[in-house]
Design a protein around this ligand. Sequence first.
Ligand code: UD1
Length: 364
Amino acid sequence: MKVINIVGARPNFMKIAPVMEAYRAHPSIVPLLLHTGQHYDEAMSKLFFDELEIPRPDINLEVGSASHAAQTAAIMQAFEPVVMEHKPDAVLVVGDVNSTIACGLVAVKLGAKLIHVEAGLRSFDRTMPEEVNRVLTDAISDFLFCTEQSGVDNLAKEGVDAGKVHLVGNVMIDTLMRHRAKADESPMLKRLKLKPREFAVLTLHRPANVDDPAIFSGILDALEEVQKQMPVIFPIHPRSRKGLVSSGLDKRVAAMKNLQVLYPLGYLDFLKLMSEAKLVLTDSGGIQEETTILKVPCVTLRENTERPITVECGANTVVGRDPKAILSACSAILKGSARDIRTPPLWDGHAAERIVEIIARAFA
Ligand code: UD1
């Protein structure tokens, strides 16, 4: 059985790493790895392959950045001849990025089975490009692997045959557990002169937060106050850096003495920072999950989350973008006692093994 596994953007790399490893226990499966090239910078791509020991991609489409339609179309056009040449039995996609839907669509039209890892998550906000990618990918998938029960329930409501849906846990957490000890050796705290639990970590990259200067500026209002209470470390996504520079908000950020902007970090350094932080502020999906396992309170700067289990387990507070709400959530964490944060079912480091086992059995 031949499976082409797709990665494209940064959050895909930590999801595919344990899946590629799990194939090793199943010699009947021949896995190929394809990188679409949606992310291409050293810090956004290559570093993760090295640190997470992901095999070098067998195929690289090198599509790069473009508008949604142009990028999705470029991936589809480049992927179609690959599927025609290799004739895979299945194509495995992860997450919700443009590479996910682009490759999924090509695969099913050429008769390959489509496997979606991280299926069923819904923010119910169709203005998010990822939500559109999720809904469409799930609608055409043959195997839908869910990280949490809400995913299974959402798919049932959308009429997806229950026989295709499997609750298996979270491959991103497999990677976190595998690399926790190594990350612990990262010199990040020393290098930045930080003390455990005496700093906050911030990430921002959603178009809804960083492409609109009025919204970005409101978030900075809150950060201005938070950084007076403790240092805030901000490894910045290229999209957000662009947003800051083009709006002139970079000068405001530079004036905040206790807000430290860094280039995008590698996986191990970032994991170290998150695990030792007092709190994490983010608009990322994956970081809501990682903080849940690390038992670090997370303040989500979005109006909704497609990962409600992170709220139910006590790690995540979804506050939106109102500066007052952001500030009051942060103050509550800074002043409050330690939270009781629970671990979601099946987030045990073995999700990828379950996935590959199910695939192997289905194609035996
Ligand atoms: C993409 C995903 C998003 C994911 C995020 C993680 C989609 C629709 N969005 O958003 O779900 O959470 O990745 O990072 O697929 N850029 C670089 N270097 C790179 C890659 C991008 O400088 O290696 C810059 C380019 O200017 C590009 C911009 O970042 O235009 C945005 O990149 P893009 O891949 O379009 O979307 P992300 O915002 O990264």
